[in-house]
Design a protein around this ligand. Structure first.
Ligand SMILES: [Zn+2]
Length: 229
């Protein structure tokens, strides 16, 4: 999406942005100095205007003007605090908006799969045999039965000569979709980054498959080798 600092910030502060555009703008503002500055300035301006209205409502304007002419010092001293309060309010609003993203976690079965991928050793057996004996430089080293979250799964472990590991995981139950996953053909296949591991997920003949690799290219090549995508 393109940015338009002045209009976006004004619409954001006025609450006129749609939900998606609002989310986008909040995230974008963290990286874009122009939009951030525009929102901060606009927010401070609005707070100043509002505080002016509070300080001098029409009904008491004359009385306050009279007081202000006698002694304007107390009001002048308030401006820096109001500006500071405005800046702090913006920071708090942005921080609160970030909280759900920071705590947004991947589904437990996928987190468990990522942990397996980086585990020191897996309890491997020879049964059942793998869907493929080798995938490129990766050779099947054994099979483990694991519970990933609530999902019982068969984990085929592959390693290349450098000891890099690829897991091919099969289950009769579908794996949950990763947060921020990217769609692949055929639907509902997806590709995602989960806790440092690259995952490709696809369904085939009633089995849900999850390929877990150190990088996206490897995950994709496993998907192709298994004819999942
Ligand atoms: Zn921007």
């Amino acid at each position: 999406m393109r940015h338009d600092p002045e209009r976006d910030a004004a619409a954001y502060l006025a609450g006129e942005l749609g939900a998606l555009r609002r989310l986008w703008f909040e995230r974008h503002m963290l990286d874009c100095r122009h939009c951030w500055a525009e929102a901060t300035t606009a927010r401070q301006g609005r707070m100043l205007a509002e505080s002016l209205r509070v300080v001098a409502p029409p009904s008491t304007r004359e009385r306050i003007r009279g007081v202000a002419e006698l002694d304007t010092e107390p009001q002048r001293r308030r401006w820096p605090y109001l500006l500071l309060a405005g800046a702090v309010a913006v920071l708090i609003a942005v921080a609160l908006a970030m909280v759900p993203r920071l705590t947004e976690t991947q589904p437990a079965p996928l987190v468990a799969a990522a942990e397996l991928q980086s585990a020191d050793a897996l309890p491997l057996g020879q049964e059942p045999g793998p869907p493929l004996a080798r995938i490129g430089a990766y050779v099947w080293r054994g099979t483990a039965q694991e519970e990933l979250g609530e999902i019982p799964a068969t984990v085929y472990s592959y390693a290349d000569p450098d000891g890099r590991r690829v897991l091919v995981i099969a289950s009769a139950r579908p794996f949950p979709r990763a947060v921020a996953a990217q769609d692949l053909e055929p639907a509902p296949s997806w590709l995602a980054e989960v806790d440092g591991a690259s995952m490709l997920c696809a369904d085939k003949n009633g089995t849900s498959w999850l390929a877990v690799a150190t990088d996206e290219a490897t995950a994709l090549s496993v998907g192709r080798a298994l004819e999942l995508t």
